[in-house]
Design a protein. Structure first.
Length: 540
């Protein structure tokens, strides 16, 4: 560390609040040793600020295909092009992710490596956290705070004398964050017509007596159990019963496979173990490959049962490879102003067949078939909120992406909000897949929804290119840009892999075309929308 005065910047990149929560845990742990710091979005940090700071701590999740969350993309863009050296800076990075994805904690790794490339010195090695992050994040916070306290030039009276006395902080804001409560499912109805090739359902969960208070834009985490038929098939393949005792576990194998372990998506550890044992050379090669899964590939759609059928594995070593069963997030499709004691969900039920077996999504089939009672917890999404009632909004939500916008419209209707609203909705066929069609038309008739554009991709004539929401946006480019110029906030919800990328590219095209800008100027315009929280995405 140089002789300059101690100066710390703490930033986070988050899409569902986990990295923000971990960053806040860190700053509250700092307060316990007399160091004050505020956790802010990485996008709010000017790279030039790092030139005057002595220490930088970043917490980031990974989004989409190994990307930074939206509220960190501008910072990453800036630091990627930075040429000024940072030899004076000490840094630490905490990365949150899901190891089932190929690019596990990729954003955190990129940031860590870029800071090193610019000459900054690691205060601590990067820590990558898979899944449930709270306890590892607290431990990391304690370790990094000890190092910062030792290097701080704050007056001695403001820093504890013995850093070994630092305790893991249990921040008030997170004590109830991930604690599930028992609830009842009181409505379960199909939204798509029986002849549709998709099954989308509307659910209503009774919150009475749970203490959960939600806002439009939030999500609910469903703690699902695994399909009992799949559990039984795995037990049969392993040659043991539900009561089989597993070393170092208090509960029998039947309970572990039902409620504790992920058995739908094979872990990296299981794939590596099977690859090392199987005599099937094709399977072994596929299991060792780092290539992205695509339909038709050997591994695509396979679950734990498919892998252990390859044989040669002992029960306990299989169990040792399994990941903890994660909760599944769903955007809330209702406003508390309209439904204070219930949350509504809009969920596509995942079902597919492969090699004479029927597969299904863990939570979506649980809700559809076995979810009369369940455990849930609230997932606040403070980065996906409505603006003031008089501010215009543009919502782009094809398919189940309609969920939070149904909540937004209910909220604006209840508030008699004067601000204009514009919805782009799309799906396959109007006759079978127009989710909440009557309700949405009702919002048009009441004046809550000012403009409503739809795109049904399979309703066109044979040989005619399919029409999606981004095409409807482009058709209305001039008016879309006028709304932006009038201060409209743009919201996107739905598929991250294709739809969100296509919509983002179209937004840039609209700005360039209707704003008379070149590509660089349009990019800067959209970046300003992101930084000012006028372009927000809830994509998955």
């Amino acid at each position: 560390m140089t002789g300059q005065q101690f100066s710390l910047i703490v930033g986070y990149g988050t899409d569902m609040g986990n990295a923000e929560d971990a960053a806040m845990t860190f700053t509250e742990t700092l307060e316990s040793v007399g160091i004050e710091a505020e956790a802010i979005e990485l996008n709010q940090i000017d790279v030039a600020d790092l030139q005057t700071a002595t220490h930088f701590v970043a917490v980031t999740s990974t989004f989409g295909d190994g990307e930074f969350p939206d509220n960190a993309t501008l910072f990453w863009e800036a630091i990627s092009g930075e040429t000024e050296r940072l030899e004076h800076l000490s840094f630490a990075v905490l990365a949150l992710g899901d190891i089932s994805y190929d690019l596990f904690c990729h954003a955190g790794r990129l940031l860590d490596e870029r800071l090193e490339a610019l000459g900054a010195t690691r205060l601590a090695e990067r820590v990558d956290i898979d899944g449930f992050y709270e306890q590892p994040a607290k431990a990391w916070s304690t370790d990094v705070v000890k190092l910062l306290a030792a290097e701080s030039t704050e007056p001695a009276s403001t820093v504890v004398a013995n850093t070994s006395e630092i305790k893991e902080v249990e921040p008030p804001h997170s004590r109830e964050r991930n604690l599930p409560v028992d609830v009842r499912l009181v409505v379960n109805r199909r939204l798509t017509a029986p002849e549709s090739d998709k099954e989308v359902r509307h659910y209503e969960i009774d919150l009475a007596g749970t203490g959960i208070s939600y806002q439009a834009g939030d999500s609910i985490a469903v703690h699902a159990s695994n399909d009992p038929a799949l559990v039984d098939a795995i037990l049969s393949q392993l040659g043991v019963g539900r009561g089989y005792a597993v070393a170092d576990h208090d509960e029998p194998l039947g309970v572990l496979l039902t409620d504790k372990f992920e058995i739908r998506t094979p872990s990296r550890a299981l794939k590596a173990l099977v690859a090392s044992r199987t005599s099937d050379e094709l399977a072994a090669a596929a299991l060792r490959s780092d290539s992205a899964l695509v339909p038709g590939s050997w591994l695509y759609g396979k679950d734990v049962l498919d892998l252990i059928k390859l044989g040669g594995l002992a029960v306990d070593e299989v169990v040792d490879t399994l990941r903890a069963l994660q909760f599944r997030d769903y955007s809330i499709a209702s406003s508390p102003l309209a439904h204070s004691d219930r949350v509504h969900l809009t969920v596509a039920t995942v079902r597919y067949s492969a090699e004479d077996r029927t597969h299904g999504g863990v939570a979506s089939t649980f809700l559809a078939e076995r979810g009369d009672t369940m455990r849930v917890h609230l997932r606040p999404n403070n980065h996906f909120r409505l603006p003031a009632d008089d501010v215009p909004i543009i919502m782009i939500g094809p398919g189940t992406g309609i969920a939070p916008f149904r909540a937004f419209l209910q909220e604006r209707h209840a508030n008699k909000a004067p601000g204009r609203s514009w919805l782009f909705f799309g799906d396959r066929r109007r006759a079978t897949d127009f989710l909440y069609g009557d309700e949405l038309q009702g919002f048009v008739e009441s004046g809550t929804l000012t403009r409503f554009d739809v795109a049904f991709s399979r309703d066109g004539a044979a040989g005619v290119p399919k029409t999606y929401v981004q095409h409807r946006m482009l058709e209305q480019a001039a008016e879309f840009f006028d709304w932006l110029q009038a201060g409209a906030h743009v919201y996107v919800c739905g598929d991250a892999e294709r739809m969100a990328k296509d919509v983002d590219a179209t937004l840039h095209d609209i700005v360039a075309q209707s704003g008379g800008m070149d590509a660089a100027a349009a990019h800067a315009y959209v970046n300003d929308l992101i930084k000012s929280h006028r372009y927000l995405r809830d994509v998955y």
